[in-house]
Ligand binder design. Structure first.
Ligand code: GLV
Ligand code: GLV
Length: 321
């Protein structure tokens, strides 16, 4: 009997044709509606491999019933949607998609920083709504990016790629990470700072950390209070690293001056989300790695990881816990 592979969202045919040659491949066929949890759980019982999205919860209960499952290939670098410990206990490989999305995600993160700093979305709406009546000296004045201080929390590959972009803008670079990154210090002139120092000294605080027990709710009311009143907070990591109520209050009370957010505690957010009522917030629908080229690469890498594990080899990019 052929191994069964279940794919939880519609993917371009060419990225999975290799899987179809060897396995019985089934795919949730809607592009914009996630597979219901009950359906995924049923499919997981029979599957040898799952190709999952970051919005699918692969928890202990699902894994406990997934007796044939050998690999979960997540179409993301983050894997906080998967109980990796429960998977490891069952000998199930979890694989993610690092590296292929690094530059694309860094581009988006920097675009978000620039959009928030120079009020790009607000200004674009202003023109489209016919509000532009005259040129004036301080019309939609934002703040400078060049020669300012960026503080990057989470100096993995993406953090370092953002630092490289910041260097091109003559920014001073601070970073905070679980472990020091000598390569970023030597090549990019990044300076290690404690989390508190980074919050206090940065003009742009950029969160690119993974979500785990030590980063959950890292950005509290106190962290925002430490920041400069002119600081802009950028989050392209995970929503739950931030206390969203505290962020909302900090923006409302002028503790910080703006935010650019690609991720939220509970996604997707609707138009009634409190953060959307603030003109100094730029919000995006979790599109960090979303260029056509990169999303194709990510899908191909997931397929490759599945192929490798089901043919008895090591995944190319397994998650290590
Ligand atoms: C996106 O957020 C990812 O983890 O790849
Ligand atoms: C992984 O650590 C990344 O930031 O790409």
């Amino acid at each position: 009997m052929k191994d069964r592979v279940y794919i939880t969202r519609k993917l371009p045919e060419e990225t999975i044709s290799g899987l179809k040659e060897h396995y019985h491949v089934e795919m949730w066929d809607k592009e914009d509606i996630p597979v219901p949890a009950e359906v995924l759980r049923e499919k997981a019982k029979e599957a040898s491999a799952l190709l999952t999205m970051l919005s699918d919860s692969i928890d202990g209960d699902l894994l406990a019933e997934a007796h044939r499952l050998k690999v979960v290939a997540n179409l993301a670098v983050g894997y906080d949607n998967i109980d990796v410990k429960a998977a490891a206990e069952k000998g199930i490989t979890v694989a993610n998609t690092p590296d292929v999305l690094t530059d694309t995600t860094a581009d988006l993160t920097f675009a978000l920083l620039m959009a928030a700093a120079r009020r790009i979305t607000e200004s674009a709406e202003y023109v489209k709504e016919g509000k532009w009546k005259s040129w004036s000296p301080l019309l939609l004045a934002g703040q400078d990016i060049h020669h300012k201080t960026i503080g990057i929390v989470g100096m993995g590959n993406i953090g370092q790629a953002v630092a490289k972009r910041a260097k091109g803008f003559d920014m001073n670079i601070l970073y905070h990470n679980r472990s020091r990154r000598p390569e970023a210090e030597e090549k990019l002139g990044a300076v290690y700072a404690s989390f508190e120092e980074l919050c206090e000294q940065s003009d742009y605080v950029v969160c690119l950390a993974p979500l785990n027990e030590s980063t959950k709710n890292l950005f509290t009311e106190e962290a925002f209070r430490r920041m400069k009143n002119s600081a802009i907070f950028i989050n392209a990591g995970r929503g739950a690293i931030v206390d969203e109520d505290a962020l909302y209050r900090a923006l409302l009370d002028g503790e910080i001056s703006g935010a650019g957010l690609d991720v939220f505690v509970k996604e997707p957010i609707g138009k009634d989300h409190p953060l959307l009522s603030l003109s100094n917030v730029v919000a995006l629908p979790h599109i960090g790695s979303s260029s056509t080229e990169t999303r194709m690469e990510m899908a191909r890498l997931c397929a490759e990881n599945i192929n490798l594990v089901l043919s008895g080899k090591q995944a190319k990019t397994p998650v290590h816990i």
